[in-house]
Structures are given as structure tokens and as C-alpha cells.
Design a binder for this molecule. Structure first.
Ligand SMILES: Nc1ncnc2c1ncn2[C@@H]1O[C@H](COP(=O)(O)OP(=O)(O)OP(=O)(O)O)[C@@H](O)[C@H]1O
Ligand SMILES: [Mg+2]
Length: 456
């Protein structure tokens, strides 16, 4: 949904006669020719420093916490109160410190959200980006979706408003200011302070937003800014006017909803603020007026009237975890795990059966081994037996040889007896002795044959 740039007017107090009167949301010239302008809100000369933050800070803190990019920028002629409105003084703090306080108070109250805040602070001086919190050389880059951002800039994470205030005063001390005829402490640069807020909800959703708080340099006529070092002031003034007139052309084309290319690139200021001027942002312009200067004030009021017409398309920068998608992913993951498990199971069962086969083979092998051992033992035993039998056989053979020798001796003795028998007269006695000898010899031979038969 589109929404217009919010424009509020602030009139700085005057000690002399004022050229404007304020009634509710209308500001008009006091003297003819009568000119009237309507705005969202007008803070007149009597407004205190705390009136404006009271109206704006809580609103823009809320936008940022909701996840919208937002921007508040102060515009107006030199000396009209832009820096006073945005930064203020120690005793009268302006929008930046008061908004930071509101932001940290809100974050402190929210106990369920995990938040982080980081800051950057830089200025655009003579068409150059200068890091006010470090010594980097920042550059403006464009994302693929045509959004611009500042690259290589010193960024600090902050946890308390006191830390922010310290960084702010460090940055302010580096900011380019000079004394001019119109303003003792005139800003010679555009200062852009950015709060980047990230919040994570317990459901996992994340909101991110950038809140830019901009104190522009003042629109000025050359003679208004003369003082010391006029050459330098002239150059600064020319660059300031160049960027402010580009801002004016961008605003006027955006207000007309022009189909032409918006000239953001024509100045660094509009290039940095591209998204806040014509894109995804909730933007507020504070037009500061010094009511004693009629022409400059009318010019600012016309500028502000045009800005009111700009339509923005702020969208919440929120990433919500998609439960359905998550569930789907979980189911898919479970299915693929199950598949893997099935594969592992079948692999395991094939390994098991292979193991079983192997273990059967092993068992057979073991059985064979047992038998082999048994046979080996049997073989050893038989070999042993055989050796014994051979030894026995050899001793029997030896015995046989001896027996045969003995037999030969007996035969010889027998022949002797037979010879004696035939030579002697005692015939019968000798026959009886010889018969006995023959019979003994037969017994002996028969025993010997039995022995040999049992062995073979
Ligand atoms: N509403 C106000 N109440 C009191 N003093 C104010 C107010 N607005 C501005 N001043 C004072 O007027 C002077 C100029 O204001 P400031 O520096 O804010 O102007 P500026 O718009 O920032 O000018 P420049 O463009 O030159 O930077 C300062 O001294 C400031 O304190
Ligand atoms: Mg200023």
C-alpha cells in the first residue's frame, strides 16, 4: 500500500516581527499577498524541543520495530534550525538522541524478542562520502534489485543509548562546520546517521530495518554564507546547492509520479537516499523555517508542499519461517533417510549371508583339519608300528641266522655221532642217541618255522 511522504514544518523562534502565522495545520503569510500552505503538522515558534520528538520519535521507532525502513530528514535554509532540531544541544537534545532513547526503551520492554542495533555515521562533503566514526573510504553501491547502500563504512554494534551518544559526539566533532554570516556553526555537509535494527521473534521470524536520520546542509545564497575563507565557502555552497537542487528535481518528479528516470545519480545525497525518497521507506521531511526571512521561507514551504505529494511503497522487511515448507522438507528428509536405511539393511543381509557361507566353509575346513590331524596321528602311529615291526623282523632274521648256524652245528654234531656210530660196537645205544638227536633237531626246526610264519 502506498503512503505519502510525511511533511512537518518547524518554525524557529524569532525576536522580531514574524512573517507567518500558524493555525492548526495551516501556515500563512501575515502580509499580502496572502499565501497558505497545509501540512501534516506545524510546530510554531513557541514549540519546545521536546514537542517534536514526542510526536515523531515514538512513531518512527514503531515503524522501525515493525520492520519498515524509515527516514527523517531536516531541510531548510541555513540557520533555520535543522541541526538544532535533529541533534539539539546537551541541555535540549534533538530528535536523534531522543529517538535512540525511545528505541532502547522499547527494546528493553520487549522481553521475548532478541534484538541487535548497529550504527553508522557519515557526511557528504563536497560530493564525497566521509566516515565520521572511522577512517574508511565508504562508497555507495547498488544491489541487484537497484537499491543503494553504503559499503566499507565503520559500523558499531550498540547496546545502550549512552554508547550511541558517545559515538554521536565523536562523529559530530569530525563533522565539517564553519562560521558564516548566517550561522555561527553552519553545517557545511549533509550528515546521515543510520540505525540498523534486527529483531528475532521466538517463532524464528526476523525483522530488519534501517532508520536514517539526516541533517542536511542549508540551502543558501552565496552572500549569506560569506565570512572567512570565502573561496572554500563558495565551493562548499556550490556543492550544497547542487545536491539540494538535485534533491528538489527528484522530489518534483517523484511527486508527479513521472515516468522519466528520476535523477538520483546526479548527486551523492539523492543516490544515498534513493530508497527513502522514492522506494521502500516511511519518510518524514521536517522543513525548518526562519520566519524572519520571507522569500527563503516561502521557497522552503513550496519545496515541502511538493514533497507531500510523493508516494512511497514501504514494505515490512520480515522473514517468516514457512512452516509448511519446513514440514515438507522434514518429510522429504525422513523419506530419503528411510530409503537409505532400507539400502543399508539389504547390504547388511547380503553381507550376513556371505558371512554365513564363509562360516560354513570355515566349519568344514575345521572339520577337515581335525580329521587331517587325526589321520596324521594315525599315520605316525602306524609308521612307528612299522618301524618297530621292521626292527623286530630284523632281530628275528638275525635270530634265524643264528638258529641256522646252530642247526648247522647240530648237523655237524649229528654227522659226528653217526660216524662214531658206524665205527663203534655199541650199536643199539648209539642208534637211540642218534634218533633222539634227530627228533630234537626236528622240534627245533619246526619251532623255527612257526616263528618265521608268525612274523611274515
Ligand atoms: N527552535 C530553536 N530554539 C532555540 N534555538 C534555536 C532553534 N532553532 C535554531 N536555534 C539556534 O539557531 C542557530 C542556528 O541553528 P542551526 O545551527 O540548527 O541551523 P541550521 O539549519 O542547522 O543551519 P546550517 O544549515 O547553516 O547548518 C543555533 O545557534 C541554534 O541553537
Ligand atoms: Mg546545521
Amino acid at each position: 500500500m502506498s503512503e505519502n511522504v510525511q511533511v512537518v514544518i518547524r518554525l524557529r523562534p524569532v525576536h522580531t516581527k514574524t512573517n507567518f502565522k500558524v493555525q492548526n495545520q495551516t501556515i500563512s503569510t501575515v502580509e499580502p499577498p496572502l499565501r497558505s500552505f497545509n501540512f501534516d503538522h506545524i510546530f510554531d515558534t513557541s514549540s519546545s524541543q521536546t514537542d517534536i520528538p514526542g510526536e515523531l520519535c515514538s512513531k518512527y521507532v514503531l515503524h522501525a520495530l515493525e520492520g519498515y525502513n524509515a527516514c527523517i530528514f531536516a531541510y531548510g535554509q541555513t540557520g533555520s534550525g535543522k541541526t538544532y532540531t535533529m541533534r539539539g544541544t546537551n541541555s535540549n537534545p534533538g530528535i536523534i538522541p531522543l529517538l535512540c532513547r525511545d528505541l532502547f526503551d522499547a527494546l528493553e520492554l520487549d522481553k521475548t524478542t532478541v534484538s541487535s542495533v548497529s550504527i553508522t555515521y557519515f557526511e557528504i562533503y563536497n560530493e564525497k562520502l566521509i566516515d565520521l566514526l572511522g577512517d574508511t573510504s565508504p562508497r555507495v553501491r547498488e544491489t541487484n534489485d537497484k537499491k543503494t547502500f553504503v559499503q566499507d563504512i565503520t559500523t558499531f554494534k550498540v547496546n545502550r543509548v549512552e554508547e550511541v551518544l558517545e559515538y554521536l559526539s565523536i562523529g559530530d566533532s569530525k563533522r565539517s562546520v564553519a562560521s558564516t554570516r548566517m550561522n555561527m556553526e553552519s553545517s557545511r555537509s549533509h550528515a546521515i546517521f543510520t540505525l540498523s535494527i534486527k529483531q528475532q521473534e521466538p517463532d524464528g521470524s526476523i525483522r530488519e530495518s534501517d532508520l536514517k536520520l539526516v541533517d542536511l546542509a542549508g540551502s543558501e545564497r552565496a552572500n549569506a554564507t560569506m565570512g572567512i575563507d570565502n573561496g572554500k565557502r563558495m565551493k562548499e555552497g556550490a556543492n550544497i546547492n547542487k545536491s539540494l537542487s538535485t534533491l528538489g528535481r527528484c522530489i518534483s518528479q517523484l511527486a508527479k509520479n513521472s515516468k522519466h528516470l528520476i535523477p538520483y545519480r546526479d548527486s551523492l545525497l539523492t543516490w544515498v537516499l534513493k530508497e527513502n525518497l522514492g522506494g521502500n521507506s516511511k519518510t518524514c521531511m521536517i522543513a525548518c523555517i526562519s520566519p524572519i526571512d520571507l522569500e527563503e521561507s516561502l521557497s522552503t514551504l513550496r519545496y515541502a508542499t511538493t514533497a507531500k505529494e510523493i508516494k512511497l511503497r514501504a514494505t515490512m522487511n520480515e522473514i517468516v519461517p514457512n512452516i509448511n515448507e519446513d514440514m515438507k522438507a522434514a518429510v522429504e528428509a525422513a523419506a530419503s533417510s528411510r530409503k537409505e536405511l532400507e539400502m543399508l539393511k539389504s547390504e547388511m543381509s547380503s553381507l550376513q549371508s556371505e558371512y554365513n557361507i564363509k562360516s560354513e566353509q570355515w566349519k568344514t575346513h575345521e572339520k577337515l583339519l581335525v580329521r587331517f590331524n587325526h589321520i596324521t596321528k594315525l599315520n605316525d602311529y602306524l609308521e612307528n608300528q612299522l618301524t618297530n615291526e621292521i626292527t623286530k623282523s630284523q632281530s628275528l632274521q638275525n635270530e634265524n641266522k643264528l638258529s641256522r648256524l646252530e642247526m648247522s652245528n647240530v648237523q655237524t654234531a649229528l654227522l659226528g655221532v653217526v660216524g662214531a656210530l658206524f665205527s663203534n660196537n655199541n650199536h643199539d645205544t648209539k642208534i637211540m642217541e642218534a634218533t633222539k638227536l634227530v627228533s630234537d633237531f626236528d622240534d627245533f626246526v619246526s619251532r623255527l618255522d612257526d616263528d618265521i610264519a608268525s612274523f611274515t
